[in-house]
Design a protein around this ligand. Structure first.
Ligand SMILES: *Cc1c(COP(=O)(O)O)cnc(C)c1O
Length: 361
């Protein structure tokens, strides 16, 4: 008899569902299902990755010193308190692996990012879902959800897939109220979309129990390159570096991220376009009876009257070559998450939803 078996809990993990990229039989599709930058990466990042290709026989830097220095300079952070990962997903994995195990609890919110649960389970820990208040992170519920087994508390701010955000005072209150053995993780995957927002860096600097994660996958348009990072107390960063593989970032990833970070004008332009078309699309959908909360990110969560209506609208959008994201897996069965595309894509979405609602745009 075969005695080979994975660690307890591994087979309970539900596979991560990525955004679809194709519709059978439809040619001209626009992918609005993964919160990618519709304008792509900075041309300077593309050039850096191409240049790195000629050097791919060499192992990459193992400490990411140049990239951490560049991140530190761009954000006013100490580079020795920064760690880089193959996407911020890898940082979430490190945090769970290093700080949570069997018998420990990992908190995430009701409509929180799916990787928190997956990484907690992969580490043998127990993910605990905490309710939100009308699709907004509820600090009091999170505090009430903590106990002596709580090791990690994950919140994304702005949150995905809701797009909502909580203020610095609330985050500070949460950091002050979690138990002493717990770490608060502020996932800032969408922080760059909020003008002037530090993603929680000031909270990290002021405390011993807060870590901020960031990514190059969203505003910087490098989702396919896999670069993320975290800023935290030196003691925690030192722990995470012990479980990090020495060559977790490729040379192309390191160089591409540095070049993307340096192209400040491009990211500024992408941020402005996103804000403009996000607010336009939200207003256009609201006008045809599809409301959404004010989004602080690069997507909107469009709410429908029922799950059936949301699914019917998704089917219709697909038939029109528009791929958006169903979010029933995030406890939001009657909503669709729509990434903000470029102007033509936003206009197509608005016209298609209007059509679906029986309103001639
Ligand atoms: C997209 C996203 C990430 C980033 O993932 P990467 O691994 O950096 O590509 C992290 N957290 C949230 C909430 C996200 O939506």
């Amino acid at each position: 008899m075969n005695k080979i078996a994975p660690q307890p809990g591994i087979m309970d993990i539900a596979l991560y569902q990525g955004g679809a990229a194709h519709v059978a039989g439809v040619a001209d599709v626009v992918k609005l299902s993964s919160n990618e930058n519709p304008f792509g990466p900075s041309p300077q990042a593309v050039a850096a990755v191409q240049a790195a290709a000629a050097r791919m026989h060499r192992y990459p830097s193992s400490d990411h010193g140049d990239l951490r220095a560049a991140i530190g300079a761009a954000h006013g952070l100490e580079p020795e308190r920064v760690i880089c990962g193959a996407g911020s997903d890898e940082i979430i994995t490190f945090l769970c692996q290093a700080y949570a195990g069997p018998g420990d609890e990992v908190l995430h919110t009701e409509h929180g990012f799916g990787m928190y649960r997956i990484c907690a389970q992969a580490a043998g820990a127990t993910p605990v879902e905490v309710r939100e208040r009308e699709r907004v992170t509820d600090i009091d519920a999170l505090i009430a959800g903590c106990n002596e087994r709580t090791k990690l508390v994950f919140i994304a701010n702005p949150n995905n897939p809701t797009g909502t955000m909580i203020g610095a005072e609330e985050v500070a209150r949460l950091a002050d109220s979690i138990p002493p053995q717990a770490i608060l993780v502020l996932d800032g995957a969408y922080a760059e979309y909020v003008e002037g927002f530090d993603g929680g860096a000031a909270q990290v600097a002021a405390r011993e129990n807060v870590v901020m994660t960031r990514t190059f996958s969203k505003l910087y348009g490098l989702g396919g390159l896999r670069v993320g990072w975290a800023y935290g107390p030196k003691a925690i960063i030192d722990v995470l570096n012990r479980v990090r593989g020495p060559f977790n970032l490729s040379t192309a990833a390191i160089d591409g991220a540095r070049a993307a970070l340096a192209d400040v004008d491009y990211t500024k332009w992408c941020r402005a376009e996103n804000a403009r078309w996000r607010d336009w699309l939200a207003a256009a959908l609201a006008e045809v009876g599809v409301p959404s909360d004010r989004s602080c990110a690069n997507f909107i969560l469009a709410r429908f009257a029922s799950q059936a209506e949301a699914e019917a609208c998704d089917d219709y959008l697909q038939s029109q070559g528009l791929i958006v994201r169903r979010v029933s897996g995030y406890n939001l069965p009657s909503a669709l998450r729509i990434t903000i595309g470029d102007e033509p894509a936003c206009r197509r979405v608005a016209a298609a939803v209007a059509n679906f609602k029986g309103i001639v745009a």
